[in-house]
Design a protein around this ligand. Sequence first.
Ligand code: HEC
Length: 307
Amino acid sequence: MAALRAVVTAGSGRTLLNAAKCSHTRKAHMSFASLPKGKKVALTTLGVLTTGGVGLALALQQSVKASDLELHPPNYPWTHNGLVSSLDHASIRRGYQVYKQVCSACHSMEYLAFRNLVGVSHTEPEAKVLAEEIEVVDGPDDTGEMFTRPGKLSDYFPKPYNNPEAARAANNGALPPDLSYIVNARHGGEDYVFSLLTGYCEPPAGVDVREGLYYNPYFPGQAIGMAPPIYNEVLEYDDGTPATMSQVAKDVCTFLRWAAEPEHDQRKRMGLKLLMGSAILIPLVYYMKRHRWSVLKSRKIAYRPPK
Ligand code: HEC
């Protein structure tokens, strides 16, 4: 033990040892050429297999995407796209109005309750008024009968159909999906929904769309069972915003983004706090680390053979 001494120096290593000079460390030979033949073959096989596998996976991925008539939605400049941008809450409020007056005729949003609107798009009294407009079956009461009552804040949005079969029967066999999480459930998110809503057009020459279906280049398969739900002036906004088709689509998409991701604003605010906190903490911790380690980093450990 005595032979091995750690020598700690703060300055130059001049007083130290010749140990470095006379040590004969064997250089590690790690090159491919120096490997035994068996290993070379194994490594080559592994390389070829990995490359082939990655290539195959990529090709499969592409072939799934490839549908030559399908249009990919462009990236729209949503105001909430930024790293620290919140959702546009006036737009959420208008979007709720669009959902209520247009989409809710066919689409449910079963994971949203009226209380969720409070503090986001509506005040508590406003949300209560909205809830009271619906009738909810409740019960049983003292006599065992079910009864209806006006809605409360804790009630969920009413569904247009009692069950999926009724929904299909009313829509030519197509099931209008629940919209609570739709922007997360589709590739392209709100870009896709916006494009879908505003993208209806005449089918190109030579393409026939079956009775009851509508041509939409953004929909996978291009023939969708939803009639164009919005157009200019489809409704009149309470806040007086001109209800052009694109405005209506943008507002309902913002609303749907909030519905799918109600923690959106909170998440970005936390991210901002984290960035600001780490901007201070990381340099500090780095400085302290250098400070504490400087002694250890500048020492040399030498082997002095016993005389
Ligand atoms: C008249 C009934 C009706 C109305 C009103 C309606 N939809 Fe639909 N929607 C449907 C049906 C039916 C489908 C299923 C279409 C299919 O699968 O072919 C659908 C599908 C969808 C889809 C899913 C498309 C996909 O990729 O699977 C979205 C998103 C959608 N609707 C959004 C809306 C929005 C937003 C509104 C309100 C502005 C709305 N819809 C209004 C009937 C309706």
